[in-house]
Design a binder for this molecule. Structure first.
Ligand code: GDP
Length: 343
């Protein structure tokens, strides 16, 4: 219900004080910039709309001291109407009292006008803090925000907190949780993934947004950041390789066999299975039109609409039969997805 944009994509808005890390987050997650290179990027100077070929839509806002973004002169209406979640970035390595005060004002405003927007607080740059200090800081921030809100009469405002850093996978994990709240079909997706795991003895299955490597759903078995890392690294390898050979090559072109593409009703989709250490990884590109209404699908740029992949992690053998079993069940899964997201 919160993903209000016309094309059905979840919309996110990233806000926070200057130097809190907004541009870095957006560059690392959505433009694949190595974290260490964020030292050299320019700080966000004003409202910046990002357009990206992803499952979600995304904007970055800074608030220079003089801009009151709830000023009637400032056209917030259009923007906030479309937003599913506001991500508020707080620099945990810096003085944060001021940031909390501004966050508080923003939440009060949102509660009044747009109570459906989730507020997601990223307590950011926690990589620089010792374990103890990090936990204390995190607790302190939560406490202050909640105390302020309950003083103002809001006991149950939709505010959640995450510890994040661009130097590890925590930023991707946090984004994944934020996005999942905006997908009304999540319980159905989880049930489908559960049943896929059960029928093929898969340990963990993720539905990934390929570009950002945020997962929009996973089965309900416990998540483990190590599994996420394996799958995320695998996407890097596959996407790199497929870019070399051309992910969207037409059927029958050279190079196809190397990916073991077979038994595939969707001629364009990429399927691979590989051993990584003690695990087997299976990747299949998911019907790119599943999440898109036809009118918004870009004809000009086929890459634009190609953003979901199913990745499965298995510990055991990967006989040809096993792969055939998975291929078959993933086909069933893909058909079910089309029912969940009718066009
Ligand atoms: P913005 O003004 O909010 O867009 O902030 P920037 O993205 O320009 O970031 C300001 C500084 O914070 C840069 O030097 C980044 O390298 C640094 N930074 C961003 N994220 C992190 C993080 O997770 N950990 C650490 N240690 N530094 C970060």
């Amino acid at each position: 219900p919160n993903s209000k944009s016309g094309d059905g994509k979840p919309r996110l808005l990233l806000m926070g004080q200057r130097r809190s890390g907004k541009s870095s987050i957006s560059s690392v997650v959505f433009h694949k910039l190595p974290p260490s290179e964020t030292l050299y990027i320019e700080a966000t100077t004003r409202v910046k709309k990002e357009s990206m070929h992803s499952f979600m839509d995304f904007q970055v806002w800074d608030f220079p001291g003089h801009v009151d973004y709830f000023d009637p002169a400032f056209d917030t209406e259009n923007i906030f109407e479309e937003i599913g979640a506001l991500i508020w970035v707080i620099d945990a390595q810096d003085e944060y009292i001021d940031a909390i005060m501004r966050l508080h004002k923003t939440i009060l405003n949102l509660q009044q006008h747009y109570p459906a927007i989730n507020v997601e607080v990223f307590v950011h740059k926690v990589d620089g803090l010792s374990d103890d200090f990090r936990q204390d800081t995190f607790r302190d921030i939560i406490q202050r925000v909640q105390d302020d809100l309950s003083d103002a009469g809001f006991e149950n405002a939709p505010v959640s907190f995450y510890q994040t850093s661009i130097y590890d996978h925590s930023i991707f994990e946090a984004f994944s949780k934020v996005i999942q709240k905006l997908i009304p079909q999540l319980p159905t997706l989880e049930a489908l993934l559960n049943s896929l795991c059960l029928s093929c003895r898969i340990e963990k299955a993720y539905l990934f947004d390929v570009l950002s490597k945020i997962y929009i759903a996973t089965d309900t078995s416990p998540t483990d950041i190590g599994n996420y890392e394996l799958c995320s690294d695998y996407i890097d390898v596959i996407v790199d390789v497929s870019e070399i050979y051309g992910w969207d090559r037409p059927e029958g072109e050279a190079g196809e066999e190397e990916y073991g593409e077979s038994g595939n009703q969707d001629a364009e989709s990429l399927i691979t299975m590989e051993k990584k250490g003690n695990n087997y990884l299976y990747l299949r590109e998911i019907n790119k039109s599943v999440f898109q209404r036809p009118e918004s699908a870009s004809m000009a740029d086929p890459k634009q609409s190609r953003y979901l992949a199913l990745i499965c992690l298995m510990g055991e053998d990967s006989s040809a039969e096993k792969k055939a079993l998975i291929d078959y069940n993933v086909g069933v899964f893909q058909e079910a997805l089309k029912q969940v997201f009718p066009r």
